[in-house]
Design a protein around this ligand. Structure first.
Ligand code: C5P
Length: 406
């Protein structure tokens, strides 16, 4: 269940009696630290008010597709991108029909078309409506398109009938949503990830470092763990909590990171170098704080820097090497620099991003990258770092399959 922590769930509420359960569903999701945003259809507001769902989710509720104020706050495409999972609970027969046929006449159906996130429906309707051939045909179309059906359950219904069509209980919906974030892609595999910046000491109080927040590396550690791997995260100094079940080793300098990597690299299947390692360190670390030179003719302080070990290249050079993934954070000629690094460092894959663009890369919550490997060039559009991390892990698994079958 911890897998739900910090996930972004877009909860669609459509017009059925079971909409009263959506309030409880939001509470249970919030208990799991899920960031919930609610989208209501017109019909659902006959059953429960937007104000209630806004208060419980802690976020404004979105209703209209053509509402300029709402679009200015978080437009429909932005919402579609924001979501890690779209859960429609309750999902009426009418909503299923509209979704099955690709309608986009309101906000919720439009979001479902625009999102890359998995879509899950919790159908809720009268048993005869559920059994009806049209509903069953719509269900089949949706399942074929990859939409997941949570239920429906069976039992007594608000109308007095007994049979299939009841919305699943809230606890079951939370459980099933959590399971959506699990995959078996890396079960039994060991993954090591470096993350964050390094600090290269000048003296006891000063250091050279960079703006890396560690968010991408930590998201990768979480995604690898969700995919079933046992994960070691070698982390530079960052302000992030390690994901659950991830073994974190904290280091400061590039040399400490290098040593921690090589102490733990045995039997690793995958090594992902996401850290922004300082290429150079001061040659001498002063034992005491370096003092200002107050003589008039000495305005300059000269530092001599020496090269740090290239950690990812040293792992790629190991005799029995894991599948090695590097990152190339560049501000120009991103792809050609990345391709050159892939070859020179003898990597199996490289993830290239342009850190000069606003809103992505260093210190941001989102990223957009191009992944290069032998016979692979795939661009992953801008999205949250956790969502991107899951896609990267899938690509790594795909390429590893290729490598072992060669
Ligand atoms: O050469 P450059 O620093 O651009 O390469 C970036 C890639 O190499 C990243 O994957 C980074 O984690 C890794 N790297 C490393 N050790 C270094 C420098 C970079 O592992 N000393």
């Amino acid at each position: 269940m911890q897998r739900l922590a910090n996930k972004r769930i877009l909860l669609g509420v459509t017009g059925g009696v079971a909409a009263y359960k959506s309030a409880e569903l939001i509470r249970r999701l919030r208990d799991q630290n899920v960031d919930v945003r609610v989208v209501m259809t017109k019909g659902s507001q006959q059953f429960i008010t937007p104000l209630t769902l806004q208060a419980l989710s802690g976020n404004p509720v979105s209703i209209d597709l053509l509402d300029p104020a709402a679009e200015a706050a978080m437009g429909h495409i932005e919402l579609a991108r924001w979501a890690d999972l779209v859960l429609v609970a309750p999902a009426t027969a009418n909503f299923m029909a509209r979704l099955a046929h690709g309608h986009a006449e309101d906000l919720l159906t439009t979001l479902c078309l625009a999102t890359d996130a998995p879509i899950c429906l919790a159908p809720a309707m009268n048993q005869a409506m559920w059994r009806d051939a049209s509903t069953q045909a719509n269900r089949d179309v949706l399942v074929k398109k990859g939409v997941k059906m949570f239920g429906p359950g069976s039992g007594s219904q608000a109308c007095g009938d007994i049979g299939p069509g009841r919305m699943l209980e809230v606890d079951e919906l939370v459980e099933l949503s959590s399971a959506m974030f699990e995959s078996q892609l890396l079960t039994g595999k060991r993954v090591m990830i470096t993350a964050g910046p390094t600090r290269e000491a000048l003296d006891p109080v000063r250091y050279i470092s960079n703006h890396s927040s560690g968010k991408m590396g930590y998201a990768l550690a979480e995604a690898a763990s969700e995919a079933g791997a046992s994960v070691t995260l070698i982390s530079g100094p960052v302000h992030l909590q390690p994901p659950e079940r991830v073994d974190r080793v904290s280091v400061n300098s590039a040399r400490e990171m290098h040593d921690a990597v090589h102490e733990n690299i045995q039997d690793c299947d995958v090594f992902i170098a996401c850290a922004a390692v300082a290429d150079y360190r001061p040659m001498d670390v002063s034992e005491h704080k370096i003092k200002k030179d107050t003589t008039l003719d000495h305005d300059e302080l000269h530092l001599i820097l020496v090269r740090n070990p290239d950690i990812v290249a040293s792992v790629a050079a190991l005799q029995s090497k894991p599948f090695v993934v590097g990152f190339a954070a560049e501000t120009q000629d991103v792809l050609s620099y990345a391709a050159e690094k892939l070859e020179r460092k003898r990597l199996d894959m490289i993830v290239a991003n342009n850190v000069s663009l606003d809103g992505i890369g260093f210190n941001s919550d989102e990223n957009a990258v191009t992944v290069l490997a032998t016979n692979l060039e795939e661009t992953l559009d801008q999205t949250s770092k956790p969502a991107l991390a899951r896609k990267l892990i899938e690509l790594v698994v795909g390429q590893m399959g290729l490598r072992t079958s060669e």
